[in-house]
Design a protein around this ligand. Sequence first.
Ligand code: FES
Length: 150
Amino acid sequence: MYSEKVLEHFRNPRNVGVIEDADGVGTVGNPVCGDLMTMYIKVEDDRIVDIKFQTFGCGAAIATSSMATELAKGKTLEEALQITKQTVAEALGGLPPQKMHCSNLAADALKRAIADYLKKNGRVEDLKRLGLDNLPDEDEHDDHGELCPM
Ligand code: FES
């Protein structure tokens, strides 16, 4: 059912944890299953220099988040915004169709973390230009303390 790469990232996820002094933080809930994910980024010169995640989710969510953080590290904000659930699934050698929704978490949380960074820095024009000014509210998932460290 799962590719070797998915299993490897599930068993040995990269970039798990919290960045206490993160420049941007994004949390999303998966409407399909109710699972949660938070992504933390450090940014220098509009480039993601560090990234970590926490998820309260299934094995596929852990593997896709791990891969998404690997893909995003070192990328500019604009490049990182090109990371979609398809990009992540392809990089993992595919996901079973019924688990594709799990890869939404990582891509969406990353997008929110980037939006949070731009907002904190008052970059309204960039938020608009990148289509990040109208993300739906996720306030109900703001309690990061509830998340499992995996
Ligand atoms: Fe919820 Fe996979 S079943 S993220």
